[in-house]
Design a protein around this ligand. Structure first.
Ligand code: PAF
Length: 282
């Protein structure tokens, strides 16, 4: 059985990627926090079409979790993840320890504005993107890939990473990959395992209500009027909505009025103890 070599520390990652660069081989990076599902594997598959070598990273990044969030119980499934990466044809997996990424005395982080302060996820997770940007910058600077791939499911995160790499002149192409969905429309997420049976049955409403609202906006209805029934239906079904908004897809700036090109609808809602996020093109 083929397996995917593990690169357990930064020295191993640098040594491997240096060899590939010296051989003239292009490199794609797929950063993940593990608990891999078909959505992650689609990122690896896209990566394989864009570069000769693919490195996936598996690191549950403590700095992007608030103390009240699920860092300790975030699913950790390394053995299964490595088997999935091998089956998908990834060339290596970077699997650092927390001490490798944040050694004793670590005290640097990246301060963000722009899409990171758009008033969506940042309103509910004020330290999240600082943690994401800091770890992603570290991963990019150690691997020095030609391209790095992130899921569109975390749409604000993708915008933050694009802005950060452009602002810091990190020489990498950032590529967004479409959200993978279950047959009933629920966006794939490592956190879906937190849903109990009843919640799992209700969860696809998120995508259904957004799709209907997007269609109404597309058909000419004013945005707020089109979103109102979606909000009511979701709340009646037991969702607590953090936000459901239409924004400019490129900048995440607020928008008003009626349909125009380049809009994105984004939602975050809690169902029981699980917080779900999703977004679609309008
Ligand atoms: O999207 C994720 O899984 C994480 O936020 C990322 C980009 C791997 C950074 O830890």
């Amino acid at each position: 059985m083929t397996t995917t070599p593990l690169l357990p520390d930064i020295a191993a990652l640098r040594a491997q990627t240096r060899l590939w660069r010296q051989a003239g081989e292009s490199i794609a990076l797929v950063p993940t926090m593990g608990a891999l599902h078909a959505g992650h594997i689609s990122l690896v598959e896209l990566a394989k079409t864009r570069a000769k070598r693919v490195v996936a990273t598996i690191f549950v990044n403590p700095t992007q979790f608030a103390p009240t969030e699920d860092f300790a119980k975030y699913p950790r499934t390394l053995e299964a993840d490595i088997a999935k990466l091998a089956a998908a044809g990834a060339d290596a997996a970077f699997t650092p320890s927390p001490d490798e990424i944040y050694p004793e005395g670590f005290c640097t982080s990246i301060t963000l504005r722009g899409p990171a302060t758009a008033g969506l996820e940042d309103r509910f997770r004020p330290t999240h993107f600082q943690g994401v940007a800091t770890v992603v910058a570290k991963l990019l600077l150690q691997a020095l890939p030609d391209v790095a791939i992130f899921g569109e499911k975390d749409f604000q995160q993708l915008a933050v990473i694009r802005q950060m790499t452009a602002d810091l002149n990190i020489p990498v192409e950032i590529l967004g990959a479409p959200t993978m969905r279950e047959a009933d429309g629920l966006a794939m997420s490592s956190r879906n395992i937190y849903l109990n049976e009843e919640e799992r049955a209700v969860a696809p409403m998120l995508h259904r209500c957004m799709s209907r609202a997007a269609q109404r906006i597309h058909d000419g209805e004013a945005m707020e009027a089109a979103l109102a029934p979606a909000r009511s239906k979701l709340m009646a079904a037991g969702f607590e909505i953090d936000y459901l908004e239409v924004r400019d897809a490129a900048t995440l700036a607020t928008v008003q009025g009626r349909y125009r090109k380049g809009l994105r609808m984004l939602i975050a809602a809690r169902l029981g103890r699980t917080r779900l996020i999703d977004n679609i093109e309008v």
